[in-house]
Design a protein around this ligand. Structure first.
Ligand code: NAD
Length: 436
């Protein structure tokens, strides 16, 4: 089966490469010429573990190719996926559907045979209806169906998530749509991955409900962490204690600097807008968004506190280890590190940082931060060291060297990756999150 993937970012490129690995013939399309040029040279436009090898082997096998031409890419494809960005619209938080609509119009104008058009981008309820209207308005003589198939992969573990998903959600009430989607996912069906068929609108909402629920879980444990600090309890034990309950589950219960990334912030906001449009408030999600927003700067203040407060912090130096919103990605979108760094800079603190993969994308977002070549260069002469992202590389820092290089042995561990007792025994002043 031939599949076209319009948009070759995190989702489009990973999905396209995985579909090719299943044996489908896949063309990844992107309007960004530099991205396609890089892919032709075997250079990945994003950092995702295992992606370069997967792309290389499938290009080598002749199953995966790249183009900037949508007309060329979709010719003969039975399934055309839309995997372009749906960022927050400036000003109101609605999902910006400009790119999705633009692609729908282009597909309508270039369709050369029957095809199923599949929205993989995260889109608000009713977007499939609009894509269908656009295709109808194009006057295409070819049969088509518009299907929703949200993506649940996690950056950093994207290939595994795509190949062994907890579930695949397919929203369509159209027989042709269902038939083609069964064929697309047949390899996973044989793997016994559960496939949930729903209405298109239900499928669109499932994606937002899932992300809003996960964001709520994270925000809940973050507030518990604050309470732990006040009452002298340990949030990691609280997480274990509640996570062992099967009704709750252990995941997404790690206290930290607040959620960030390319999905949760924009998707929670977009859900609020949908709820507002339909006059059906989602107050829990409203609270989650507010609490998370204020948390990011609060974490900056936590680092400032370790410097003795805003007054004492002026002119001192902070080293930030980790900038991406989570490890194993270079994605800086809405990363808590941005707010943490800004809070420090606003207070007159000099900030140096190191991240294994994120510095190129971080640089324009935090021009006042000095980017370093390794953690120890950032730590040199620092009055405080803050772990912002839990990259493996920071789990086993040479603590003697840290102590030697830093001006003061002060560690603020926003991801709770170190043992407070151990650090204190080594002479560090240590502050974690929610650990009494
Ligand atoms: P991205 O920004 O990494 O990639 C989008 C790509 O689409 C870009 O390369 C852009 O050049 C391309 N594009 C835009 N308009 C185009 C057009 N007219 N023709 C061809 N290409 C075009 O975005 P992403 O992170 O891959 O996210 C894509 C969608 O998937 C979003 O709706 C997002 O919410 C959703 N999603 C993302 C993740 C994730 O972890 N990143 C997970 C699940 C769902």
């Amino acid at each position: 089966m031939k599949i076209a993937m319009v948009g070759s970012g995190y989702v489009g490129l990973v999905s396209g490469a995985c579909f090719a690995d299943f044996g489908h013939e896949v063309v990844c399309i992107d309007k960004d010429q530099s991205k396609i040029d890089a892919l032709h040279q075997g250079i990945m436009p994003i950092y995702e573990p295992g992606l370069d090898a997967l792309v290389e082997s499938n290009v080598g096998a002749g199953r995966l190719s790249f183009t900037t031409s949508l007309a060329e890419g979709i010719a003969g494809a039975s399934a055309i996926f839309i995997a372009v960005g749906t960022p927050s619209r400036r000003g109101d938080g609605h999902a910006d559907l400009t790119y999705v609509h633009e692609v729908a119009r282009e597909i309508g104008a270039n369709l050369s045979g029957e095809a199923v058009v599949v929205t993989k981008s995260t889109v608000p309820v009713g977007t499939g209806d609009e894509v269908e209207r656009i295709l109808q308005a194009s006057g295409t003589p070819h049969r088509f169906a518009v299907v929703s198939n949200p993506e649940f992969l996690r950056e950093g573990a994207a290939i595994g998530d795509f190949k062994r998903p907890d579930r695949i959600v397919i929203g369509t009430e159209d027989d042709f749509g269902r038939e083609v989607m069964r064929e697309v996912y047949r390899p996973l069906f044989l793997n016994e991955s559960p496939i949930l068929f729903t209405s298109r609108r239900t499928s669109e909402l499932i994606k937002y409900a899932a992300n809003a629920f996960l964001a709520t879980k994270i925000t809940f444990i973050n507030e518990m962490a604050d309470l732990c600090e006040k009452v002298g309890a340990n949030v990691q034990d609280v997480s274990r204690g509640i996570g062992m309950d099967n009704r709750i589950g252990p995941k997404f219960l790690h206290a930290g600097p607040g959620y960030g990334g390319s999905c949760f912030p924009k998707d929670t906001l977009a859900l609020l807008k949908t709820a507002e449009d339909y006059d059906s408030p989602t107050r829990i999600v409203e609270a989650v968004v507010k609490v998370n927003d204020s948390r990011k700067r609060a974490m900056g203040r936590k680092v400032l506190d370790a410097l003795g407060g805003a007054e004492a912090g002026r002119g001192k130096k902070a080293a930030l280890l980790g900038l991406t919103f989570k490890p194993n990605t270079d994605d800086m979108r809405d990363s808590p590190a941005i707010a943490v760094a800004q809070t420090l800079i606003d207070a007159g603190v000099e900030v140096a940082a190191y991240d294994p993969e994120g510095m190129e994308l971080a640089r324009p977002l935090m021009p006042e931060v000095t980017m370093c070549e390794n953690p120890y260069q950032a730590i040199a002469d620092a009055d405080v060291v803050a772990i912002v992202t839990e990259w493996d590389a920071f789990r086993a820092l040479d603590l003697d060297r840290v102590k030697q290089l830093a001006k003061a042995p002060v560690l603020v561990d926003l991801r709770n990756i170190y043992d407070p007792e151990d650090l204190r025994a080594r002479g560090f002043t240590y502050a974690g999150v929610g650990r009494g």
